[in-house]
Structure formats: structure tokens, C-alpha cells
Design a protein around this ligand. Sequence first.
Ligand code: ADP
Ligand code: MG
Length: 627
Amino acid sequence: MGLLQISEPGESPDPHTRRLAVGIDLGTTNSLVATLRNAIPECLPDEAGRTMLPSAVRYAEDGAIEVGHAALARRGDDALNTITSVKRFMGRAMSDLREEAAARYQFAPPTEANRGSIRIITRHGEVTPIEVSAEILRVLRERAEATLGGPLYGAVVTVPAYFDDAQRQATKDAARLAGLHVLRLLNEPTAAAVAYGLDQRSEGTFVIYDLGGGTFDVSVLRLTRGVFEVLATAGDTHLGGDDFDQALARHAFASWSLTRALSPSGQANLLAAARVAKEALSTDQTATLQVNWGCGFDSALEVSREQFEALTAPLVERTLSLVRRTLRDAKLAVTDVDAVVLVGGATRMPQVRRALTGLFGREPFSDLNPDEVVALGAAIQADQLAGNTREGGAAHLLLDVIPLSLGLETMGGLVEKIIPRNATIPVAKAQEFTTFKDGQTAMSLHVVQGERERVEDCRSLARFELRGIPPMVAGAARIRVTFQVDADGLLSVSAVETTRGVRAEIAVKPSYGLSEDEIVGMLKSAYAHAGEDMQARALAEARVEAQSLLGALETALAADAELLSAEERSALEERMQHLAHLVEGDDHRAIARAAEDLNRASSEFAARRMDRAVKRALTGRTVNEVL
Ligand code: ADP
Ligand code: MG
């Protein structure tokens, strides 16, 4: 979740071969598409001049699929077939759903075959979150192609910084389904920083404050000598502009002394009216909240900005306390922050801007449209990746880092980290492993993600097997395992037995991923348990080593016992018993000492066996054969 800026030699920009590339902000509430025109990024409007496309998809009666404003308008009376906030479902399993989300639609029961993935039942049949998102992306692609006059070369699609492997993969799949070539998935705060040109500065510390329709995210970015890094990120996946609508709607409901509970469509009408009033209050001192209940029955209420701000002050305060916490996590004071960037439509509310100015003692950046800034940054990045270099030299490419370490399970339930947390991507790392048993011909590989030392405390991502390893003594096979994470943060793992060249590989694609809270939780527990984990690792390692030594000696004694005198043999066996006994306990130092002792005591035996083996191999062969 950090960024690294590198320079790539750009292709010479030729106006005739300029490739059409766009940036897409696939939002929870609204989505946008932007492109560079005459070196200036701009969002592309629909025929009605609107740049924002509500992230709503309705599966209509006549077999048609409505996307955007048309779909949203019918949410009240066709709720089960109108999917909104589908971003919350991306890369998730049924078991990840919160209760209120699970109550909004009808879902197909999870089965063994679909691995608990989310399927929403509509009048068009079952649809997956990936398909719903693809409908939104398709409309944006068509809008861009109609405006730019040709097929797109590719798109940069943005995702929240905390999105895990599964959520990123789902986003990429949706784009592919929509007929888009994904040049790169880009973190939303990074895109906002790029839109403001912060990557062009020499250094600085920036806070990206993103208050959208249903989510709040805050990230602290640091730029040093051209390298960007995310110092901390936090947020609330259920705090956004919608909560401000609800606060206002509750106030209106109470002041009208309505006695009956509202029908779902009445509720939708009230919330829509509250939203209109809320948005008007960002520019006006008063607004009228007006609801048409149908059958000629209306209600209206005048609300002042002051009233609205008093009603919603606790919501603003919740975002501020998350900002303060994020700064504490990054070990920064407010005075260390050089700029605050506003992202998300809800940051248009004056009370949000005032609160941030109060906290940081400076005005936040607001020159760009807060609901367009992510798409604009993505467009700049897309243009560079398409090879349409900006004037003035090489293109800057932003790279992210992986949020949690990736590794393999090794003997004793331990994790061997292959790619550490915060490694910049794309990255490939290889490590050699060997067999544990004599004659072992297969090896099972278990890929995990997390910071803890033990497998049971990490998240399991995938399992696969390498078969056909030539039988050899334990420790002789050379198995090279390579982890590769591409620029979008997606992992593939391959294993090769190097003497024989046997291969196995897997693209890691978990059925559902980690939530932001889980990532934060996993990091916290890694710090909290660091000491305890080191103990556990030391113990498990000592046990594995002791057991493999004992196993090897048992095999050797069974084969070549006559190489030892009776005394030598019983001395060795005594030490073996002592070690076997210690392995049952939990003193890793005692185990290591006894193993070392046994190793020394058996070295003479090993030498004699080696001698005999060499003699046997040489017997009856000529010098020419041997050399
Ligand atoms: P997301 O990133 O979740 O897709 P957006 O950044 O588009 O969402 O933000 C949508 C939210 O911004 C909605 O709650 C909307 O009411 C709010 N919003 C848009 N314009 C204004 C405005 N002028 N004043 C207050 N809130 C606004
Ligand atoms: Mg957004």
C-alpha cells in the first residue's frame, strides 16, 4: 500500500499513434471515466452532461439492464432487482456479509460448488457482483468510445488501498468482462495524489481524506526523493454521505410527527429528498426537504445549514478521530502534514472542510472536484502506461507495495516468508526448499499470507502439489519455489525440482479475501505476539531438526550397525533417547544442545559409512569409468 515512483524510458509521443486510454473510478456510490485531452485530464460526461454514473444496476422486466440514473430512480419500487453498492460484495463470500447487506437482496444459498461466493437472485436469474460491476464498467467504456471516437487501448481502474488479492482480482475480472484491457489497478489515494501532481514534488507528507457515499478512508502518504510510501491507512466501511442523509431524514420524520412506519418506497423517497436538501445546503444557507408520498400527499420542511450541521456533528467527529488515530499510527503530529487532499462527494459539505482546517491549521486542497479527483489521477496514469508520454520527459510510473507478507508453510506448522510486507510490486522472489524424508517424490505446498510465525495464525491462500521428484535421500532434492506478484498485486506461485526440472504452478485466486479490518487486526496481532511467536518458531525449528537427525540415524543404524562397536552403539542410542525425550518437551535450547551433541557423537559413524559407500561404488570399476 505504499508507492514507489520509477522512471521508464517513454516511447516518443507521436500524435498519430496516440493510444486511447482512460482512468475509471469504480465507486461504491458513483463511477466515473476520465481521459487526457491536450495534456489535461477531464471526466467524460453522458449525453445529459453528467460525469457521474450512479453505481446502480437494475435488471428490468423486459429483459433489459438499466445502469445509472435510470436504475437508481426505480430503487424504491423495484428494490430486489436494483443492485446498489455492489462494490461491498466484490471478492467476498456469503459469510463476509453484514446483516443489513444480507437483508437487502435475495441470495442463492452457498454451495460446495460455488465455494460460498455471492450470487444475487434477480428476475434475470442469479448474478454475481463481478457481473453487476461489469455492467457499470461497460456503460463507461461505451461512453468513452463514443466520445473519443474509437476502441480503447486500455484502462486504469482504481481500488481502495485496503483491497486484498480477491477483491482486486474480482475488479479485474469485472473489467475484462466489460471488454476493457486493464493496464493497471491503482489505489484510490494514490490516484488522488497524482491528480494534484504531488508526485512531481521533491518531498512531503500528505493526508488523503476520502468521504464517499457509504465509506470513509484516510491514508497518510510520504514522498521522499521521488519515492511515495503509505505510512498508514484506516477508515470505516460504513460511514459516508448516506449517514448524513439518514440523520436529516430522521429529523424530518420526527418533526412531521408521522405515526406510521414508512413503506420501503416511502423510505426511499424520504432519503432521496434528504440527499437533495443536504447537497443544496453545501452552497445555500437553507434548503427545503420536500417529499411527495403519492396520492397528492406532500410534506415539506425547511432546514437551515446550522441545524443540519448540529444534527451531523457526531458523524464529522467520527471521521476526525479516525484521522487522529491514523496520524498516531504513522507517528506523526498534525504539524508534520504538508497537505490535506479532499476526495469524495461528501467532502463538499462546508462543515467537513472547516473541521479539517481546524485540525490541521491549514486549508485542505480543493481545487479539483472531490468526486472526480480519483478518476482524473487514474487518467494521468493510464496515459503514461499507454505510452503517450507527457511533455517534458520520461513517464513516471507509480508502484504499490503488498499489504501483508506472503509465504509458504514449512515443517512444524511454521511460515517461511518469501515476499515481505511492503515489498514494492511487481516483484518476484525465489527460495530453495528440500525434501524431509528419504525417497520423497511429492511435496505439498501451502501458500499463506500474514505476519505471524505460525500457519494457523495466517490466512491460507492456496495449496498445490509438486509430483515426480526423483527419489533421493532427505535433503538432496533442490526445489526452487518462485513467488511472483504482478503490478496489480495478484500472486502466482511456481515450484521446480531443479535436478529433474519437474514443474508445478498455481495462480493464487482465493474465493474471498481479507477485509480491511482483518488486515489491520492481523498486523496488530503480529506486533503483539512477536516475542511469543519467536519462541514458537525456535521450538518448532529445533523439533524438526532433531526429528530429522533421529530419523536419519535410525535408518543408518538399521543399514550399517556393524560399523560400530557395541559400546559405540549404545552410547549413540542413549543420546538418541535423550533427544527424543526432550523433543516431547518445550525447551528449544535444550533440544538444540542435545541435537548438536548427538550430531557430533555420530560424525565418526557417518564418516565410516561414507568410506564404505565410496569403496562399494568403486569396487570392480576401472579408473576410466570413475573419472
Ligand atoms: P463513492 O466514492 O462512495 O462512490 P462519491 O465520492 O461519489 O461516492 O460520494 C457520494 C456522496 O457524496 C453522496 O453521499 C452524495 O450525496 C455526496 N455529495 C455529492 N455532492 C454533494 C454536495 N454538493 N454536498 C454534500 N454532499 C454531496
Ligand atoms: Mg470514491
